[in-house]
Write a protein that binds this ligand. Structure first.
Ligand code: SF4
Ligand code: SF4
Length: 222
C-alpha cells in the first residue's frame, strides 16, 4: 500500500516518544541524580532520551571501558606492571610499546622504563586488561580526551597513562573487591606453602643432625 512505510516509520517514532515518557515515570526521581547533572540511563531503557552534554552526563556503568590506564600502588608508588609484554602481544591493532628497565650492567629489571599507547589506534577492546597477569592495566572511564593534534598528543606515555590503585578501586568497586579477595587468598596460600617448606627444611636438618650424632657415637664405640 502506498505510504505504508511512512506510517510504519511514524509509528516507530511515536512508540519511542511514548516509551520515553513511560521510562521517565518509571525512573523518577532516580534517573536524575545530583540536580540533573548526572543522568542514570540503564541499558534496558527503551525510550529516546536527550542528554544536554557537557552540562549533563550519563552515570557510567562499572564495565564501561574507554582507553587503558596503568595502575601503581598508592603507598609505595610502585608500578604493578612488570613489562612482561603480554598486553602488547595480544593487542589486536598493535598500539602498545613497552621498553623494559635495565640495571647498569644491562640486566633486565621487571619494570617498564617506557610505556606508550597510541590511543588514536586503540579500539577499546580491553584485551590488554583481560590478559595482564598482574592486574596492572585496566580500562579507564575517562572519555573527555579530545585534543587538537593527533600526533603526538594521542600517543600517551607512562606518566599520562598511570593512575593510583585507589582511582581504579573507585571506578570498579565490584572488580576491585573480587581482585582483593583473590589476592588475599593467594597471599594466604603462599604463606602456608612457605610455612610447610620451612617445616620440611627444619625436619630434614633435625634428621641430618640425629644421623650425624649416631655416626659419631658409632665411631666412638668402635
Ligand atoms: S601491563 Fe600487564 S601484561 Fe602489560 S606488560 Fe605490564 S604486566 Fe605485562
Ligand atoms: S584496549 Fe585493545 S586495542 Fe586498546 S590497547 Fe588494549 S588491547 Fe590494544
Amino acid at each position: 500500500m502506498f505510504g505504508k512505510g511512512i506510517l510504519r516509520g511514524l509509528g516507530i517514532t511515536a512508540r519511542h516518544l511514548l516509551e520515553t515518557y513511560i521510562d521517565d515515570v518509571k525512573r523518577i526521581p532516580s534517573r536524575y541524580a545530583y540536580d540533573r547533572r548526572l543522568i542514570k540511563q540503564p541499558v534496558e531503557e527503551r525510550g529516546i532520551f536527550t542528554i544536554q552534554y557537557p552540562e549533563e552526563k550519563r552515570v557510567l556503568p562499572e564495565n564501561f571501558r574507554y582507553i587503558p590506564m596503568l595502575i601503581f600502588d598508592d603507598t609505595t608508588g610502585e608500578d604493578r606492571c612488570t613489562s612482561c609484554g603480554i598486553c602488547a602481544k595480544v593487542c589486536p591493532p598493535q598500539c602498545i610499546w613497552i621498553l623494559r628497565e635495565e640495571d647498569e650492567k644491562g640486566k633486565p629489571i621487571p619494570r617498564p622504563a617506557e610505556f606508550y599507547i597510541d590511543i588514536s589506534i586503540c579500539m577499546g577492546c580491553g584485551f590488554c586488561a583481560e590478559f595482564c597477569p598482574f592486574d596492572a592495566i585496566k580500562m579507564n572511564h575517562d572519555y573527555e580526551i579530545a585534543v587538537y593534534r593527533r600526533f603526538p598528543d594521542l600517543v600517551l606515555n607512562k606518566d599520562e597513562l598511570s593512575v593510583p590503585a585507589s582511582y581504579y578501586a573507585q571506578l570498579y568497586p565490584t572488580a576491585w573487591a573480587e581482585e582483593e579477595k583473590r589476592r588475599e587468598e593467594e597471599r594466604k596460600k603462599k604463606e602456608a606453602r612457605a610455612k610447610a617448606a620451612a617445616a620440611r627444611k627444619a625436619l630434614a636438618a633435625k634428621k641430618k643432625a640425629a644421623s650425624q650424632k649416631a655416626e659419631a657415637q658409632d665411631g666412638e664405640t668402635s
